[in-house]
Structures are given as C-alpha cells and as structure tokens.
Design a protein. Structure first.
Lengths: 214, 214
C-alpha cells in the first residue's frame, strides 16, 4: 500500500519529467546509473521476455559518431520541412548527445524468449512497447535522481548499428542522453515554444466506444 | 529536487507494479480513474504529438465481446503451442477482462500532429512507443492508487476496431483491465510459475559497443 506522501511523490515525478537537450559535463555517480538501469529492468514485458539491452556510451569518439549520424538525419529532414524552425530543435538534441557525459542506446531483441513468446505471437510490436516501458521507468528514475534525460529518435537505424556493432536483427530503439543540467524547464520545450499545445485530456477520453464522449 | 523519501516511493512503485489477472467487482472511485488518466497524459511523446486516446469500457456487453475476441485469439494460439500450459495464462487474462469493473482500450493515432511530426518522421513507430510510455505511467499510477492492472495483448486488432467502432487508421495498442484484487503477487506471475527467470541485469549491459562487457 502507498501512503498519500508516497502517491504524491509518484505523481510529482510523472509531472516533472522533461525531455532535456542541454547538459553539464558534471560526471554522474555510478550508483545513480545502476539504480536507473535497475528501474528499466523492472519494466513489464510481454511474456516476461525482457527484450532490452543497454549500451552505455562514455567514449567521446563514439558519441561524436552518433552525433554525426543524427546530424545527417537532421539535414535530410531539413529538406522535408519548409524552414529553419523545425530542425532547430533537432540541432539542440545533437549538441546534447555530445555534451552529456553518458548516452545509453536502448535496444530491443525480438528473438529473446524464442519463437512464440506469449502475447508477442499475436502482436509482434509488443516487444518494442515493452522496451518503451523500460525507457519510461528509466526516465522517471533519472528525474528522481536529479538527472536530465533527452530521447533522440532521429537517425537511420543502420548507422547506429554500424557505429555500435549492433547485429542486424537487434532494434536500436533510442539514444538517451543523460547528465545534469542547469536548464530544466517547467513545461515541455515544444509547448513552451508554442510549437504545439497540450491536448485537452477530456477530449481524448471516450466511453464504451470511439468518439462517444463521457 | 526529490528527497530520499520521495525517491524511495518512486523506486517502490516501479518494483511493486505487477501484471494482474484476477479482479474483484469492487467499483473504482472516479477520482482515481481521473488521476491515472492524467498520469498517462503526462507521458513523453515524439514531437509532443500526444497520439493517445482512452476508451473507458464499463459496459458488460462490450466487455463480453472483447473477451470473445481475446478468447478467439487464445484458441488460435493454442494450435501453435504444444500443450495446455501455454494458453492457461492467457485464459486467466480473459477472465480478468470480464471481471474487472473497468477496461481501458488505449489507442494510438499516427496522424495526430500532421504529416511530418518531428522525430516520428525518422522512426515512424515512435508514436507507438510514446503510447507505451503513457501506459507505463498509467500502470505506475494505478499501482500507487492500490489498483491492479492487467495488459491484454492478444487479439486481432480488427476485431477490437469492430467492437469499439475504432477507425481503420487508429491502432488499438492495449486493453487494460483495471480494478481491485485480492491476489497481488510479489513477483511476476510468469517468474513465479517458473515460466521464465528474470535475466541478470549485468549481462544486458554493454559498454561503448554491442557485446563489450563492462
């Protein structure tokens, strides 16, 4: 059972967690890294397959190469957008990849647990969803530890596989920059910059069928 | 900043959260449902697209039809497995779908935010990953509220679309049974039943590249 204080802490971390793009070079205590990885490992997974791996990247050389792959993708995306504004945000993330003392590549192994994992047999992408739950646990834990985390999701997966020697069947789901920051916003950056508003929750809720308001 | 007590609460809920299969008929207080939905809505999302919707199902008739769809899938899966054991677990989940006072269908709308959502443009499945983060937030919040939650992930998506009138482009990511339970296990049920062990975390962690142990 959870006391009111415990509940309040849990809601607090859920609301305070932000996607961060700028980091200090301050090193991260080892025990904090262990705790956030343990939090990730306690995520739910379909058929208890635990499909995740965590590649901890501290080498400046490897970080540079990941930043190169993300920057290549940013430049390709710039062609699809009309202006500078759209890819400015992505540029900040690339700087973050270089600044943060630690980058974690979280991967998903669809073969873990054999050919017919319970549940995954019906909906194959449930392995990726499990990995996302692990990332969310890690993100909340990082926030609780006073650490900032930024999720980079623009790269060609094969570039990241090449750089990190990841086998072809393994899915590099996310690059997470982690470190301390002196720029921790109250609101999501894209909301703050009037890029997009938070949707009204009430409009997203239906009753017994699609489009039926409560 | 988070105090040690606050941090401990956050790690506690991450470790206590379980996937539950049996529910009491005890109704859930409205304010708890609102809080867990708000927790879901505070998940991160790629390009702040907030692709989720929540269909709250309390109608016994609709629950029966969802249980029918899951049972059809369970019977189909039974043909792929050799024995009874494999689909016994799935059978429990179907009972849970009928027992729980509330089922929430969480969906993902890949069109929300337009054609070129930042980040999703590079890796399209990031919308689903965002939705999984929302589910994880909801699950932790439910656990904090003393509620049990079970994720059902075996059904044909078109069956669920038919039953809930969901448009073809919307992805029904999960059926979540929610309620109180008198059977809340310490360990994951599949671990408890020796179905599968928890992996050694240390073996899942690499340093700077794939397969490089720390």
């Amino acid at each position: 059972m959870f006391s009111n204080e415990e509940k309040a802490s849990i809601y607090k971390v859920i609301e305070k967690r932000r996607d961060i793009r700028s980091f200090l070079s301050t090193p991260i205590q080892e025990e904090k890294i262990e705790r956030i990885l343990k939090a990730a490992h306690h995520a739910p997974s379909v058929g208890f397959m635990q499909p995740w791996n965590f590649i901890l990247i501290t080498s400046d050389d490897v970080k540079e190469r990941l930043a190169w792959a993300a920057d290549k993708e940013r430049r390709a995306l710039a062609i699809h957008y009309e202006g500078e504004k759209e890819t400015k945000f992505l540029g900040l993330k690339i700087e973050g990849l270089k600044e943060a003392p630690l980058t974690i590549c979280v991967t998903c192994d669809p073969t873990r647990g054999g050919a017919h994992v319970l549940g995954r047999n019906s909906i194959p992408e449930t392995d990726m969803l499990s990995t996302a739950c692990a990332i969310q646990n890690m993100w909340l834990a990082a926030c609780a530890e006073g650490l900032a985390l930024g999720w980079v999701s623009f790269y060609k997966k094969n570039d990241v596989r090449d750089i990190l020697d990841i086998p072809p069947h393994i899915d590099p789901i996310a690059l997470l920059s982690i470190g301390y920051t002196d720029d921790y916003p109250e609101k999501p950056i894209l909301e703050q910059e009037n890029w997009r508003k938070r949707e009204s929750l009430e409009h997203l809720i239906f009753k017994n069928k699609w489009n039926e308001q409560r």
